[in-house]
Ligand binder design. Structure first.
Ligand code: SF4
Length: 444
């Protein structure tokens, strides 16, 4: 008789962050304005849910199931409910940098109960900081620095067949798909190579042609927000057109959003996005300082960005969100101020609908020594885009980076309201997108 293996796949890619009091106030107003602006601009919609899932871990569950290996997808916050069931043979954690310590403490807890169980740890952080993780947290049995089928094989400890057809099987999630914030994708990794970004450390791969919309259309309510989390929608401008064409054939009634590069925005791509039902496009600008962009291998300046948003405004009603990463190597107090001034103009003139601002994080990597970055703390729990900076620069102290971040956050709120004709925060509902806040920040 062959005994079946019991495998638990534990999602530790989410965490609740306790943020600084000053930042909390800024974020509270930010989400209040956001809710107002989104409802005014996009109309009524199902608000994003708190619960998220790891696409990579769900893919591993899909591959194991396809090969007849039973595994159970478990969120780390549900682990206590599992500790009275049969001992698992193997427990695999998917982690991000700030949650590696959480996975380690859960491993110790489970091992105390089931001493013969084996433990694996993987996820985006281990892919780039394999040796560093092994030396800091040495008690796992398997350190999985692979993704997709190779990761599944490391967990199953044997060769597996690659399933054709569905890329992920949403039915393997522990909750109904309706209870999750939906992040789907058509590619993994990114073919661009901005130095400050992790996405290009994952091997670029085209994985499906419609982001599973032909499945999701039968399982989600109308006006659900569905985000395409491809680093750049479709991977290339040409593929974006194909992906949009496939999405438009699904006849969905969702509110789709995606990330893309400003240089991919042209008349043809805007028309394709509209036809596919995209209501929101998110574009990164990071900073207006061309020297900083050059230093960080970001070949995309302010002019290209402005051209892209003008094109979107002229030919569509698509909601434009701007992404920015403050404190990149080379930044100065002056360059942060100049960027904040640019943001105030963008919001005041309603050239964009929203600006998401966050702090640069020099994530630990085995192979990269950061030039011009001095690491101030090695506490990975704080390697987070909303935490006090874990680094300083020759051009800025960590305190100066933090102050610039808070200042930029206040400027964004102020000019966002001004552009929307709101003179005081009390003029709009006290409601926020609670889902975002409770999942990302502790007790706001
Ligand atoms: S910043 Fe954007 S374009 Fe650059 S590597 Fe990351 S995901 Fe790709």
């Amino acid at each position: 008789m062959v005994l079946k293996k019991i495998i638990w796949l534990i999602d530790t890619t989410t965490y609740t962050k306790e943020i600084d009091k000053e930042l909390r106030e800024i974020k509270r107003n930010y989400f209040r304005i956001k809710k107002h602006v989104r409802h005014t601009t996009l109309g009524e919609h199902i608000e994003p849910k708190t619960r998220t899932f790891s696409y990579g871990l769900l893919r591993i569950a899909t591959i194991l199931t396809h090969n007849g290996i039973e595994s159970e997808y478990i969120h780390h916050y549900d682990i206590d409910d599992k500790l009275n069931s049969s001992a698992p043979d193997l427990v695999a954690f998917s982690t991000v940098c700030p949650t590696v310590g959480l996975a380690d403490s859960l491993m110790q807890k489970i091992r105390a109960k089931y001493p013969t169980t084996q433990f694996a740890i993987g996820g985006p952080h281990i892919n780039v900081a394999y040796k560093k993780t092994q030396s800091r947290y040495p008690n796992f049995n398997i350190y999985c620095n692979r993704s997709d089928i190779e990761a599944a094989e490391m967990i199953a400890q044997k060769a597996l067949a690659n399933p054709t057809g569905e890329y992920v099987n949403f039915d393997l999630l522990p909750y109904s798909i309706k209870e999750y914030q939906i992040n789907t994708c058509t590619t993994l990794g990114c073919s661009f190579s901005c130095k400050y970004c992790q996405d290009n450390h994952v091997c670029y791969k085209e994985i499906n042609n419609d982001g599973h919309l032909s499945y999701l259309v039968n399982h989600l309510e109308a006006r659900t927000c569905v985000h395409f989390c491809d680093s750049v929608l479709g991977g290339t401008a040409q593929r974006l057109l194909n992906v949009c064409s496939n999405i438009s054939k699904t006849n969905h009634d969702f509110l789709l959003s995606c990330d893309m590069r400003a240089e991919m925005v042209n008349y043809e791509t805007v028309e394709a996005l509209k036809k596919a039902g995209f209501c929101e496009v998110r574009l990164g600008i990071e900073t207006t300082d061309s020297e900083v962009l050059k230093m960080n291998n970001r070949s995309l300046g302010k002019e290209v960005f402005i051209k892209a948003i003008n094109m979107l405004r002229k030919h569509s009603n698509i909601y434009i969100t701007m992404y920015s990463v403050l404190g990149l190597p080379g930044s100065t107090v002056q360059s942060c101020d100049d960027t904040a001034r640019f943001f105030s103009k963008m919001l005041d003139k309603k050239a964009v609908d929203e600006i998401k601002n966050c702090i640069y994080v020099p994530y630990p990597k085995d192979s990269v020594e950061y030039n011009n970055v001095h690491i101030e703390t090695d506490n990975w729990a704080n390697y987070d885009r909303q935490s006090f900076p874990v680094y300083s620069l020759p051009t800025m102290t960590s305190r100066e980076i933090w102050n610039a971040y808070l200042k930029t956050g206040r400027i964004i709120n102020k000019y966002w309201m001004k552009g929307q004709g709101i003179s005081d925060i009390s003029e709009i509902s006290n409601n926020t997108y609670n889902e975002y806040i409770s999942s990302s920040y502790a007790v706001i």
